[in-house]
Design a protein around this ligand. Structure first.
Ligand code: TRH
Length: 389
């Protein structure tokens, strides 16, 4: 065994952007946390810098290699035979969401002694089977390599949830600072709240259900402000309102004001979730960050052709509503199912409104209980250590 075959004391995390921002959103949060909290030397491989730059404005989309927030970031081309540069694998290699590694890199991993710990970071799901599959080993069909499935999840038996150690403290400090909060709203072009006003962030996919929300909100007895980052939901709301909205624009219909926002970095998006009363979120990462915001939220799940997303939605709702009083649980489930089936939700919204206090209390309990279980990065480091022994 020669020194040159030893894996570098570094982790490699590979990500391909399938669409939107969730794949890179999850990978970027995990990368930053592993570096900041666990002192890992980490190289993050990403194929689509244009998408990445939308959620991390410090990224130079033209540079193939750079360091941001202590993370070494490199461009790669999925499907290529090898990485562009001749790079030695790190002691831990993670594929985010089953992105396939180049054959040349796999061969280099197989040639290492000891061989890197090789993981596939899977999508987050609340389904029961996750606990049984977390940590399962899968031998490579040809090479002397074993890949482990790492499943995030909501239980102690799963891989846990991504969340920084100081997240709750940062959130609470932000919300306790009245002057800072007023300045935050002013930065979005909004003044203090009108009596009874509800502020809702909207980061869903497009769905006809949004039109029925506009109907319910504009006819509401108290003001509703919808804060909508640029993207798919804003495009849909522009269609519904018959008015093209870009970041900085506002539109008013009855009790409803729609405020279009620019996309910000991930920390900026967290602040939006913390500041709003209700958050409409989607995919994986915004869905999770809404839970850490400890506010009532509504999940527009990523649609899958075979309809399995509706089972995943129900699995989450079954878990989330445990301990939530019946009328609030019913209202949340009814709204969530209707919204995700593209049905009208005006009535469901009004029912939900009546349960706001119970949902807010429950959201705080849920966030505290999940945080107490230990976060994904810490569990991942432990998982790796156990395999290195
Ligand atoms: O963008 P998403 O829909 O992403 C995904 C992908 O489509 C993926 O292929 C799919 O498998 C997965 O969903 C389930 O939703 P998500 O996961 O919420 O990611 C959005 C990211 O964008 C998240 O990291 C937060 C970030 N973001 C910002 O950083 N700034 C912003 O202003 C906003 C609105 C979002």
């Amino acid at each position: 065994m020669t020194d040159s075959t030893r894996p570098a004391e570094r982790w490699d995390l590979f990500c391909t952007v399938i669409d939107n921002f969730g794949d890179i959103g999850v990978a970027w949060r995990l990368a930053r946390q592993l570096v900041a909290e666990h002192g890992v030397a980490l190289r993050l491989w990403v194929d689509d810098f244009a998408s990445f730059a939308r959620i991390e404005p410090r990224l130079d989309a033209a540079a193939d290699a750079q360091t941001v927030a202590g993370v070494e970031i490199r461009r790669w081309t999925p499907g290529s035979a090898n990485l562009d540069a001749d790079v030695a694998p790190g002691r831990v290699v993670i594929e985010a969401f089953g992105c396939r590694l180049p054959d040349g890199f796999l061969a280099a991993m197989a040639a290492c002694a000891p061989r890197p710990v090789w993981l596939n970071l899977e999508y987050l799901s609340a389904e029961d089977w996750v606990d049984g599959c977390h940590g399962m080993a899968s031998p490579h069909p040809r090479l002397p390599l074993t890949q482990y499935f790492y499943f995030p999840g909501f239980t102690a038996q799963s891989g846990g949830l991504i969340g920084e150690r100081d997240l709750a403290a940062r959130r609470d400090a932000f919300l306790a600072d009245a002057a800072g909060l007023a300045a935050y709203w002013a930065s979005l072009g909004l003044s203090g709240r009108a009596p009874g006003e509800t502020r809702v962030s909207v980061f869903s996919y497009e769905t006809p259900a949004l039109a029925s929300l506009v109907e319910a909100w504009s006819a509401s007895g108290a003001p509703v402000t919808a804060l909508v980052p640029e993207g798919r939901a804003l495009a849909e709301l522009s269609r519904v309102l018959g008015q093209a909205l870009a970041a900085g624009d506002k539109a008013t219909r009855g009790a409803l004001t729609v405020a279009a926002l620019p996309m910000t970095d991930q920390d900026g998006y967290d602040r939006l979730l913390w500041a709003c009363d209700v958050n409409i979120v989607r995919g994986e990462d915004s869905f999770l960050r809404a839970q850490w915001a400890a506010r009532p939220f509504l999940w527009h799940i990523y649609r899958q052709d075979d309809g399995v997303h509706l089972d995943k939605l129900d699995a989450f709702l079954a878990r989330y509503t445990q301990g939530l009083a019946e009328p609030a649980a019913e209202a949340l489930v009814a709204f969530s199912r209707a919204f995700n089936r593209d049905e009208a939700v005006s009535e469901a919204w009004r029912a939900l409104e009546k349960q706001r206090d119970a949902l807010a209390r429950h959201a705080r309990d849920w966030a505290a209980r999940q945080a107490a279980m230990g976060d994904l990065a810490a569990r991942l480091v432990q998982f790796v250590e156990n395999r290195l022994k």
